[in-house]
Write a protein that binds this ligand. Structure first.
Ligand code: GLY
Length: 269
């Protein structure tokens, strides 16, 4: 989940891979998954990597009625003790939310929860946090009314929100950008304009990666200084290593096949 700071990533919710996973939506990075058992193996390795790096993980049962249910990031936005339950932007994904919401409400006892209604739409995958600065993608899944709901949640904290238009060849903002630390944004060339993120705080920087490593720009930085990365993106890896970061490489091929990235598979809370 890209709405918490790195130091806040102590607990994560994931959801197991359903038998129906081969029917997951795929239009961008992926051509559709073909091997459910391999997806399960990769998903378990992802859980193991989180746990062995100090994150307490809870796995919800899969729901075969929802082929995309492993991509929990889209279903809830947790910010500093408040939670927004977005109306997901693809109709097939709306009914994934209730067990996720129920679990988080019980874990975060008394959490102030906001919901979306009417025509507002948002996938949590469109939200990126850099310290106390937030970005949201205006995408095929997230519209201006959805962005207004997020803005009203962030206004309560005094956090700034900047809107970034996502090009038609990308699914979400986090499909093409991540913050492996609270001072770095990784993003591929040829997807966003150089000024897309605006002026950043003095100690922060945008690192532009080759367009053919776009998928590799999705990473998860953890409080112990480790960064989870997808296998196979050498420029991303060498750039992060050059900054002294210690990487944990994961084979994400069957997750990528359904347009899913590392951050899509968890909600930190
Ligand atoms: N397959 C993930 C999504 O399209 O939402």
């Amino acid at each position: 989940m890209a709405s918490v700071r790195v130091d806040q990533k102590k607990r994560a919710l994931v959801r197991n891979v359903p038998d129906s996973y081969t029917r997951a939506l795929a239009k961008y990075f992926g051509k559709g998954p073909t091997d459910v058992e391999l997806a399960r193996t990769q998903h378990q390795a992802y859980i193991n990597a989180l746990e062995s790096n100090g994150v307490k993980v809870h796995a919800l049962a899969a729901d075969d009625r929802h082929p995309d249910c492993i991509f929990v990031e889209d279903q809830a936005v947790v910010v500093d003790g408040k939670m927004l339950l977005p109306l997901p932007g693809h109709p097939s994904r709306v009914a994934e939310q209730p067990p996720i919401a129920e679990f988080l409400m019980s874990e975060l006892g008394g959490v102030q929860t906001c919901t979306m209604g009417g025509e507002a739409r948002m996938d949590g995958g469109d939200i990126l946090r850099l310290g106390n600065l937030f970005f949201v993608g205006r995408s095929s899944r997230t519209n201006d009314l959805g962005i207004a709901s997020l803005r009203s949640l962030l206004d309560d904290f005094g956090f700034e929100l900047r809107v970034i238009d996502i090009p038609g060849h990308a699914l979400h903002l986090t499909s093409i950008a991540s913050t492996p630390t609270d001072t770095i944004i990784l993003v591929p060339e040829d997807y966003l304009a150089a000024e897309a993120f605006g002026d950043l705080p003095e100690d922060c920087e945008v690192l532009w990666m080759p367009a053919d490593e776009a998928y590799g720009c999705n990473t998860i930085g953890l409080p112990n200084g480790k960064v989870l990365v997808a296998e196979g993106y050498p420029t991303v890896h060498s750039t992060l290593r050059d900054r002294g970061l210690d990487l944990v490489e994961l084979d994400m091929s069957e997750i990528r096949a359904a347009d899913g990235s590392l951050t899509c598979c968890s909600i930190f809370y």
